[in-house]
Design a protein around this ligand. Structure first.
Ligand code: ARG
Length: 460
């Protein structure tokens, strides 16, 4: 029978399937580095309490560094009979390397606090990396927006042509959502960075271990304030999953727009070969698989968020093994999000933008609001001008012409206030440039948005 770390009080052997069912090393091994960092810090704190001698501390640190090296080089040999999780695997190997001193490392410590420290350290590092990737995505969005500034496209509501906007403005609308995700991430990162080390299995530490010292040494923001809560606390995982769900919703909406815009029917953009794949049957096909996967993976992340929350909801106080179910979704979600952000950046950086196609899709009826506004400027209440402009659209439709082709005489029949200068209204560029207030689609407003994003991501 395997020698299990906790085996002292057991007489019977663990069932084989139960061992596999219980083990988490197959997925929590990615936490190896965090686990070793946490253990080195723990050993230093034990030294401060004189539980370890200088020599024992040195042996433990050197041994743990060796274990880390083995993981790094892919040389760590897993004992499939006894290594239950990353904590037991590292401790078992340390014992083989340095002998009895290894047996002192776990003094006063529980895996319940260890797993929390490991997950938080690992997640903190990954989230910082994702924040960097998101900033990269924002920077590319700003860059492409700047380059495409002159391009006008139909703006849509209900997927019906609504008013002309700058393509850059559309792109920045997505960047604005993503900037919100980055801002929210800062709060998540702060709460992830709360150190549970020193809380014991549930009740606290009986040796007076210096929790403040350990938190500082590991670079945490704060020390977790309650031992019972700390070993049960996976709120940081829920927050990561929920934060990621909203981010993925944003990436998915951008993906959906681009998938639609890249159809032959729209033809506004073309996804680069690097981010497309072909059909095994239809030789002509080029499919935007990158974007479809992002859209699909959004569902996966949202499922992980609601799935883990369901595991959490009825747990009694303190640690329960159900909490191990937080590890896989956290790791998978972070990997998914990291890939999706990077792929989105690649798609945007290499996207071909067909300004001519967008321009061709602009129709004069999209200026009906501008016609109404023309009369507003002559003092007519908007509710009336809306009605008048509507009548003009109807008249043009009946005549089978665009609203700009109706003779002034027809317009005057509808409202005598129309003059020759109404011709100026039928100009998409003018319509867009009039929307120059903060957040609008005029070039000055768009340039201000670009500057704000560049400043936020630390460029300029
Ligand atoms: N693998 C476990 C987890 O992920 C580590 C903690 C185990 N603690 C315990 N008391 N069995 O939650």
């Amino acid at each position: 029978a395997p020698t299990l770390l906790w085996g002292g009080r057991f007489t019977g052997a663990i069932d084989d399937l139960m061992f596999q069912f219980n083990e988490s090393l197959s997925f929590d091994k990615v936490l190896y580095k965090a686990d070793i960092q946490g253990s080195i810090t723990w050993a230093k704190a034990l030294r401060k309490l004189e539980i370890l001698s200088d020599d024992e501390l040195q042996q433990i640190i050197t041994g743990l560094q060796q274990v880390e090296k083995e993981w790094e080089e892919g040389k760590f040999v897993i004992d499939t009979k006894s290594d239950e999780d990353i904590h037991t695997a590292n401790e078992r190997r340390l014992g083989e390397l340095i002998g009895p001193a290894a047996g002192k490392l776990h003094t006063g410590r529980s895996r319940n606090e260890q797993v929390g420290v490991d997950m938080r350290l690992w997640a903190g590092e990954q989230l910082a990396d994702i924040a960097g990737a998101l900033k990269g995505l924002l920077a590319v969005s700003a860059e492409r927006a700047k380059e495409a500034l002159p391009i006008l496209m139909p703006g849509y509501t209900h997927l019906q042509r609504a008013q002309p906007v700058r393509f850059s403005h559309w792109l920045l609308s997505h960047a604005t959502f993503l900037k919100g995700d980055l801002q929210r991430l800062e709060g998540v990162q702060e709460r992830v960075s709360s150190c549970p080390l020193g809380v014991g299995a549930l009740a606290g530490n009986p040796f007076g271990i210096d929790r403040e010292f350990m938190a500082k040494e590991l670079g945490f923001h704060s020390v977790h304030p309650n031992s019972l809560c700390a070993v049960a606390d996976r709120d940081f995982v829920v927050e990561i999953l929920q934060w990621a769900s909203l981010l993925m919703a944003h990436l998915s909406r951008l993906a959906e727009d681009l998938i639609l815009f890249s159809t032959a029917e729209f033809g506004f953009v073309q996804v680069a070969d690097a981010y497309s794949t072909g059909s095994s049957l239809m030789p002509q096909k080029k499919n935007p698989d990158s974007l479809e996967l992002i859209r699909g993976k959004a569902g996966r992340v949202m499922g992980q968020a609601s799935g883990f929350l369901a595991s959490l909801k009825s747990l009694p106080t303190s640690y329960n093994k159900d909490l191990q179910e937080s590890v896989e979704p956290m790791i998978d979600c972070i990997k998914t999000v990291s890939n999706c952000v990077r792929i989105t950046q690649g798609v945007l950086a290499t996207l071909t933008i067909h300004g001519d196609k967008m321009k061709a899709a602009l129709t004069d009826d999209m200026l009906a609001t501008d016609v109404a506004d023309y009369l507003v400027r002559k003092g007519v209440p908007f509710r009336q001008t809306h009605h008048i402009a509507g009548a003009i659209v109807r008249r043009a439709e009946e005549a089978g012409v665009s609203i700009s082709a109706l003779p002034l005489k027809d317009l005057k029949e509808i409202s005598p206030l129309f003059e020759d200068d109404v011709a100026q209204v039928f100009d998409f560029e003018r319509s867009v440039e009039q929307r120059s207030t903060y957040g609008g689609t005029s070039s000055s407003s768009v340039l201000a948005q670009i500057a704000a994003i560049e400043a936020y991501v630390g460029k300029n």
